[in-house]
Structure formats: C-alpha cells, structure tokens
Design a protein around this ligand. Structure first.
Ligand code: ADP
Length: 397
C-alpha cells in the first residue's frame, strides 16, 4: 500500500511515500517555509529537484507537494489515487494518543485540544491534516503522536513533585518526545538481542539537534528524559536541558528579559552547544573545534556527554541493569567521538565499546568482546513506523 507520511511543522513540511508491503521509499521531500521565498526539495532515487517558490501557508505547501508527486515527468506516481492512506506525525499526543489512531472528528479535536500544551507544533500538525483532507477527500488518514510510545510511563516517572492538583487541573507532567524513534530503535534492538521482548531492558539515546534518552522495560517506556516540553533532560544543540528554575526570576531581573523571552528564546534557541561554545549548534563544528584544541568545545563536549552518561546511570540503576544501549539520530548515528566519551569509564556497569568498531561507519554492534551490556548504533526511521502503523490501521478498518 502506498502511504504518504506527512510531518507538517511550523517552519517546514517533510514528506515521504512508502510502499508498505516492500517497505520501499518511493520519494521524499521537504518544504522549508520562510516569509520570503520557500525552498522545496524533492528526491526520488538518484534524482533531486530543488526549487525556490513563494509558499504562503501549509495548504499551499501540501498542494505543491502533491503536484510534484504526480508530475508527469518527474513525479513518482501517475495519479493521486495511488496514495491509499496518509499518516500524519503529531508532536503532542497528551494523554489521548496511546497509539496511532485514525483521523476522525474526535481525534482531530484531541490534537486541537492540545494547542495549549504545544502551540506551535500541534497547530502546524493540525493544519497539515486539514490541508490533506481538502486535497485528498475520502483517503483514510492516521495520526501518529510522538508521545504515544512514552504513554506507558508509570505515574512515578511522569509526575513532577509539584502540588498534585497542578497535574489534575492543568495537565502538568512529563510527556517526553521522540517516542516514535525510541520505539523503532528499541524494537530493532530487541530483534538483535534475540530475547523475548518481555525480558529486555534497553536504554535508547536519540541524539540529534534535539536529544532524549529513554528507559524501555519489556518493550514499554519506563521513563524518558524530556519533560513537559522538549526543553528538559539532556543538553542539546541549542537547548539547555535540565536547569534549576530559580535561574528564571534571577536572570529576568539581571538581564531585564521576560520569562517568555528567557524560556522560549534563550533556553530553547540560544543555549546548549551553541550557547556554551558560541561556535555552532552543529556537532560537526564542535568536533572540528575540539580537534583543534578549542577549550570551549572541549568543555561543551564534556558537559554534553556527561549528561547522557548520567541518564544512562540513572536508568541502569532504576531498571536494575540493562541489556543494551542504543545510539540513534544525527549525532548518535554519526559521531564516534560522542559515543566514545559517553561509554568511557563505564566498565563498572559492564558497559564497554570496541573503539575500532565504533570508528567504522555503518557498524551496528559496537560492543567490546568483554562487555556485559550490548551497545548498538541503529539508524532511526520514524517515517517507516508511521507508514506501517497507518497501513495496518487502514487495512483493519
Ligand atoms: P533533528 O531531527 O533533531 O533536527 P537530526 O537527528 O537530523 O536532528 O540531527 C541533526 C544533527 O546531527 C545536526 O545538528 C548535527 O549536529 C548532527 N550530525 C549530522 N551529521 C553528523 C556527523 N557526521 N557527525 C556529527 N554530528 C552530525
């Protein structure tokens, strides 16, 4: 079944078409929305098209994507009717989305009810659903929420130590993010371990520009490092990660900034690797500066990797051990130095990597021969999960 996967964000729309019987990727692309000219990139096999266009909103973005997909010369389909289903990524699923669900009035309302908790993200996701419904009436669609796989966390993991009524009255709790990625790579790790899922304990490290670590017991999420929003947990490309909230009123006074500016702009966009080094949020630039002996890059890498190590230790202790640690996403899949620094000096926990395997691109199992815990590098594939879930839901409808 051809499934169109849509990830409609506030500044971009990403898409893929996946034939779910063969799991073949037919085409993929990206619309980068800007106030000026937007960039549209389309890739089909070896062929890549890049255009600059005026795109005013999500509706127009979806229209352009569908036109390209069915372009008689450069498209991957002859007709839109070849798309049998659409799977939408939604960032915040709240307590409603515990699994992928079909699009209907109720599930759409659930996405809209969460605008308060994820204003930018869920609004953009919602706009993508509505635009596709307009362009492809009658085509079944599904919603894969990025928090769904994390919804199995016990209350003791997701609650903050606030007055309890803030949870019941205002839904303040840990929700996490990257759930679809944690789900995909933990399922792959379970296959590699060759044990029944119920008997496994896995720590998944999704380290991209945004980053989170999850503890997965018996195939279900036990805890995750992101919180009420994706600002919590690890130090990231531009985000602080965990920080004492008392810093907020203190800096508001000292710097004369509002709480909103501090949290939304400085903590989210100007901190992390970028904030500490003043160089970049991109780990490739930090690595290059580190190799040249830059002190700030060395400090930032130390902070970044110590925090990942800290979460591994936290989850290892609370799960009473681990069968495997998995690295994934842009940094996790590509950065041997980061993996090496994280896994250094963890022999006491039975964790040791083989440095040669770690330095060989494409090696999945980087475990040292005498390590008790397996260490894997597994490329994530969130779109495949969304496409397969959507196809299964539509087939069983
Ligand atoms: P997100 O989906 O969070 O935007 P990705 O998972 O695509 O991010 O990761 C993007 C990040 O991956 C980039 O910011 C960059 O720091 C990092 N990255 C990509 N390639 C490499 C590489 N070869 N070495 C180190 N880091 C890399």
């Amino acid at each position: 079944m051809n499934v169109l996967v849509i990830n409609s964000g506030s500044s971009s729309i990403k898409f893929q078409i996946i034939e779910t019987d063969t799991q073949e990727l037919l085409c993929k692309g990206l619309v980068e929305l800007t106030d000026d000219l937007s960039t549209f990139t389309y890739t089909q096999g070896e062929n890549k098209i890049k255009k600059e266009l005026k795109i005013n909103n999500t509706d127009e973005g979806i229209e352009i994507i569908l036109k390209q997909i069915t372009d008689p010369e450069t498209g991957c389909l002859k007709d839109l009717s070849e798309i049998k289903a659409v799977g939408h990524r939604v960032v915040h699923g709240g307590e409603y989305f515990k699994e992928t669900m079909l699009v209907n009035e109720e599930s759409k309302k659930a996405v809209a009810d969460l605008f308060d908790l994820a204003p930018l993200h869920n609004r953009a996701n919602y706009a993508g659903i509505v635009a596709c419904e307009k362009e492809m009436p009658g085509v079944p669609m599904a919603i894969a929420a990025d928090t769904a796989f994390l919804s199995t966390m016990p209350e003791s993991s997701y609650l903050y130590a606030l007055p309890y009524e803030y949870y019941t009255k205002h839904s303040v709790r840990r929700y996490g993010a990257h759930g679809t990625s944690h789900r995909f790579v933990s399922a792959e790790a379970i296959k590699l371990l060759g044990k029944p899922a119920e008997d496994t304990k896995i720590i998944t490290c999704h380290v991209g520009n945004g980053a989170s670590v999850s503890a997965i017991v018996g195939g279900k999420t036990f805890d995750t490092s992101m919180g009420f929003t994706p600002l919590a947990g690890l130090m990231m490309g531009t985000r602080t990660g965990d920080i004492d909230p008392s810093v907020i009123p203190y800096l508001m006074e000292k710097e004369g900034v509002s709480a909103e500016e501090l949290v939304l702009d400085i903590f989210n966009k100007k901190s992390g690797l970028l904030g500490v080094t003043g160089i970049s949020n991109d780990m490739r630039d930090i690595d290059a500066a580190y190799e040249k002996g830059d002190e700030k890059a060395k400090l930032a890498l130390e902070m970044y990797t110590q925090r990942i190590k800290g979460y591994i230790g936290n989850y290892y202790a609370r799960m009473n051990g681990a069968d495997a640690i998995v690295f994934t996403a842009g940094v996790g899949e590509n950065d041997a130095l980061m993996r090496s620094l994280v896994c250094k000096d963890m022999e006491a926990l039975g964790i040791k990597i083989d440095e040669e395997k770690n330095n060989t691109r494409g090696t999945v199992d980087i475990t040292a021969a005498d390590s008790k815990v397996k260490v894997y590098v597994i490329p994530t594939n969130e779109e495949l999960v969304i496409a397969m879930d959507t196809a299964a839901l539509v087939a069983g409808k």
